[in-house]
Design a protein around this ligand. Structure first.
Ligand code: HEC
Ligand code: HEC
Ligand code: HEC
Length: 422
């Protein structure tokens, strides 16, 4: 979800036109505030809402607010933000009344999520998600969960770090980004049995697949997603974990796409498990969505089958690595593209360099790699059992250890020779 940052980057050019007094004004006044309209809003918590909310929060909020150290939604540094935007931290949204959002009312939370405005009127730039079109019921579920006794939101006295947005972000928050209006009409959830409508709802209003899978963040239409340029035809240029370019694939009904050749079952496995039918993993920043039911993922498939064809060929990603000259473990690490999430040196989505110590026995390290979901339910790390060959795990485990060992010795892990560290 942190990729939202990258959206700004693309608009960088605009800043160059800026000069003089207006610049100073923006610099000192910062991100603008707006008037907040008072609304009546109170959620009634039900077990069904709690369950649905857990799943929605896991797909929509955890990626940015979860902190590995505190094991709760206490916020963290958004590390893959291009430096042009400054340093951005998500916030502590646990129920702590002082450090978290324990004192916010349901109305305060819904207002922020719908419009982008905090209770004091402060606008939050697009580095925080907005959900102007999600249904009332799904919104109520999210809020039920945020207010629940779940360990993720248990009060934790962790102090927020204020964001230091750059001039660029402040500037764009005046000319390009605007808060959404609070909805005036009820928003119903489509029936999941109405597959095309439900799939469309997930793609456009909840999971926002269109944002990455249409032509360009600049030309996306947040009010009417289907009017975005090149809607769902891909070719949007994104950055992977190491800053290399990767382009989104075409998901329209054009016969040249991968998905036009997939059955519904294959599509469902791809987006839930993170492996295409040929077992190639989906690369970062495309995240698998194990939270979806087969019914929901199938509804997305049904909807995509109705999206008008746009012909657009796929450009290859920059992060293809030749494995010639690598040792056995390093080759496995690259063959299965572990580096697309964990980076070449093991410092990517999580710190792989500590894994060797955390799992001192090869058997436990290999057990993690095979089935991480058994240990961390809902993790974005795919389950490799049945994909990686049995004889490949041993060298792979050694390579993961070598990454940690080399980091401790201050060497370059990617050039490590494959002498087992223990
Ligand atoms: C793309 C990353 C991202 C996602 C996804 C995201 N947030 Fe945030 N959130 C942020 C950042 C960054 C801030 C800090 C913004 C600021 O203070 O200017 C923030 C701020 C907040 C705040 C304000 C807290 C305060 O004390 O001011 C709340 C509440 C919040 N988020 C709730 C949520 C919920 C609920 C979800 C899921 C529906 C969510 N966020 C998803 C990045 C994200
Ligand atoms: C953060 C941006 C982003 C979002 C959001 C996103 N995707 Fe992707 N998606 C990508 C990228 C990048 C790839 C290419 C990954 C690769 O090449 O390994 C991809 C690949 C795919 C593929 C594989 C297609 C092929 O031709 O191989 C499918 C299917 C897919 N996405 C579906 C979805 C669906 C459905 C959603 C919404 C639930 C979604 N994506 C949301 C970025 C995104
Ligand atoms: C789609 C992204 C992704 C890919 C691809 C991926 N991982 Fe992971 N991996 C993760 C995430 C996320 C975590 C953090 C686990 C969690 O959710 O707590 C993780 C955690 C781990 C850990 C445990 C680290 C710890 O300290 O607990 C190991 C070991 C690991 N990965 C090895 C691998 C190997 C080997 C590969 C390639 C075969 C690989 N991963 C591919 C996302 C990925």
């Amino acid at each position: 979800m942190k990729k939202f940052f990258k959206y700004f980057f693309i608009v960088l050019g605009v800043v160059l036109i800026l000069a003089g007094g207006a610049g100073l004004y923006i610099h000192f006044t910062g991100i603008p505030k707006y008037e907040v309209h008072k609304i009546d809003y109170k959620v009634e918590a039900t077990p069904a809402r709690l369950e649905r909310g857990k799943k929605l929060v896991s797909m929509l909020c955890v990626g940015c607010h979860f902190n590995e150290t505190t094991n709760g939604l206490t916020g963290k540094r958004m590390a893959d933000l291009p430096p042009a935007f400054g340093t951005v931290y998500s916030r502590n949204i646990t129920k702590d009344p002082t450090f978290g959002i324990g004192k916010w009312s349901d109305a305060d939370i819904v207002y922020l999520l719908r419009t982008g405005l905090k209770p004091d009127g402060q606008y939050v730039p697009p580095y925080m998600v907005k959900l102007p079109h999600i249904s009332d019921e799904d919104m109520a579920s999210i809020i039920t969960f945020i207010r629940s006794d779940d360990p993720l939101v248990q009060p934790q006295a962790i102090q927020d770090t204020d964001c230091k947005p750059t001039f660029l972000v402040k500037f764009l928050s005046r000319v390009a980004f605007k808060p959404f209006d609070y909805p005036t009409q009820p928003i119903a959830t489509p029936l999941v049995t109405d597959r095309v409508a439900y799939g469309k709802y997930l793609v456009n209003d909840v999971l926002k697949c269109y944002e990455c899978h249409s032509a360009d963040f600049k030309t996306n239409n947040a009010f009417e997603p289907v009017k975005s340029e090149g809607y769902m035809a891909g070719d949007n240029e994104l950055l992977d974990i190491s800053g290399k370019k990767i382009y989104t694939p075409n998901l329209t009904t054009d016969p040249g796409t991968n998905i036009s050749k997939w059955s519904e079952q294959q599509f469902v496995r791809t987006i839930k498990e993170g492996f295409r039918p040929d077992n190639s993993p989906l690369r970062y920043p495309m995240e698998r969505l194990p939270e979806l039911t087969d019914e929901e993922a199938g509804a997305i498939y049904a909807y995509l089958k109705t999206v008008p064809a746009i012909k657009k060929d796929r450009r290859p990603a920059e992060n293809i690595v030749t494995t010639a000259g690598m040792n056995a473990g390093q080759q496995v690490y690259h063959k299965y593209m572990c580096y697309t999430c964990h980076g070449e040196a093991g410092a990517g989505v999580c710190d792989l360099r500590k894994a060797g110590q955390k799992y001192p026995a090869d058997s436990s390290l290999i057990a993690w790699i095979k089935n991480p979901s058994k240990i961390v339910p809902g993790t974005k790390m795919p389950n490799w059992e049945g994909v990686i060959g049995e004889d490949e795990y041993q060298p792979l485990a050694q390579y993961v250890r070598a990454l940690g060992e080399q980091a401790r010795l201050g060497g370059d892990a990617t050039k490590a020779s494959m002498t087992a560290p223990h």
